[in-house]
Structure formats: C-alpha cells, structure tokens
Design a protein around this ligand. Structure first.
Ligand SMILES: [Zn+2]
Length: 206
C-alpha cells in the first residue's frame, strides 16, 4: 500500500496491529477518524490510555475491575464454593448474561499454547491451584474452548489438582465455547452450564 503521507501510514500501521484489522480496514478506520470532529479522536485516545494506565485486575479472580475486588467476588449472594475457570473477561460476560450461574470465576488470561509460546507460568494457574488447596472450593467448572489449546489447559489444571478434594466438571461439549463463548446464545450456554459433566467422563468421551 502506497501512502502519500507518512503520518497516515503510521496511523494505519498502528491500527492494523489490532486483531482482525487488516491494512484496508485500518485505512478505512483512520480516514473515518479524520472525518470526525477532532474531539472524537481525543476521547478515543484518552479512553484507551486511561484504561491501559489504570486497569486493575480483581485480586481474587483476575477479572478486569475498577475496584480491588470485583463486584462478582464482593457479592455475598454468590456461591464461593463454585468457581468457573475461563479464558478471559468476554467469557465472564457471556456466562453472566445467561443468569444461570451463581458461583465465582477464575480468569486465566489465556490458554496454554506452545505454538504461541504461552506456557502455564504465563497464565493465572498457580493462584487457581492455591485457591483450591486453601479448601473453600467444592467444584471447579472448566469452561475453556474445545480447541486443542483449551483441552491442553483443562487437562493441565486437572492434573495439577489430582488428589485434591474438589469436583472438576466441564461445560457440555458440542456448543460454541471459548473464542466463540461470547457468541453462543444465552439459552444454549446457560443449558450447557446446568448440564455440565464430570471432567473425567469428558476425557473418556474424546
Ligand atoms: Zn473477582
């Protein structure tokens, strides 16, 4: 792509670093911003910088939160004996939308992926194991995607918990999960949480 302006080229390049944004889309977005009043760009830039600079993760579940402990963890009506393990905040939002789950969450921040150089140490797995060993959790629901990375991560966690007094279950397969969890319709996702199966039987089924 040939640019008549270095400023434009830089802006397009930075925009195209976002996931799912190719050079053409980046150019369209940048030109769109130029057509808008200048304060629109300022508001956008300010919101992103403020988020980046001030973002806070719940010290209990690692969900993005404006407070030290997120609203879900701080809610006394939630069942703290049940923890749903998810990849990121999008999954928390999707499951919350179903209104079928009243436990807490644990946000891993990704999945184990040797291809992308993500190992267990890069995720919030150690604090999860520690939480289980502390003894309040009775059931752990593994709600990662049914991709190879999701399976690997589920299995890794399961192995780490061997010998612990905790029930490990997984949400029903055959529905869109993980990367697609946010797109699964609420009824299907809600049902898959209610109809979750023991993790052992899910390994045998594969
Ligand atoms: Zn929390």
């Amino acid at each position: 792509m040939e640019f008549s302006s270095k400023l434009l080229e830089n802006a397009v390049y930075e925009m195209s670093q976002l996931p799912g944004i190719g050079k053409r889309t980046a150019l369209r977005l940048v030109l769109h911003l130029l057509k808008q009043p200048e304060e629109r760009t300022e508001l956008l830039a300010h919101a992103v910088l403020k988020l980046r600079g001030e973002v806070n993760f719940c010290k209990n579940c690692y969900n993005i939160s404006d407070t030290e402990v997120c609203e879900i963890c701080a809610n006394p009506k939630r069942d703290e004996t049940m923890v749903c393990v998810v990849e990121d905040i999008r999954d928390v939002m999707a499951i919350e939308n179903t209104s079928q789950y009243n436990g807490l969450y644990h946000v891993l921040g990704g999945k184990i992926s040797p291809m992308e150089g993500v190992g267990p140490q890069d995720l919030n797995i150690v604090p999860l194991i520690k939480k289980v060993k502390d003894g309040t959790i009775k059931e752990l629901i593994l709600a990662l995607s049914s991709t190879m990375e999701g399976d690997t991560t589920n299995f890794y966690i399961y192995k780490q918990l061997e010998g612990q007094d905790v029930t490990t279950s997984t949400i029903a397969r055959g529905i869109s999960v993980g990367d697609e969890l946010e797109y699964a319709d609420e009824v299907t996702l809600g049902r898959s949480i209610i109809n979750r199966v023991p993790f052992e039987s899910s390994i045998k089924a594969n």
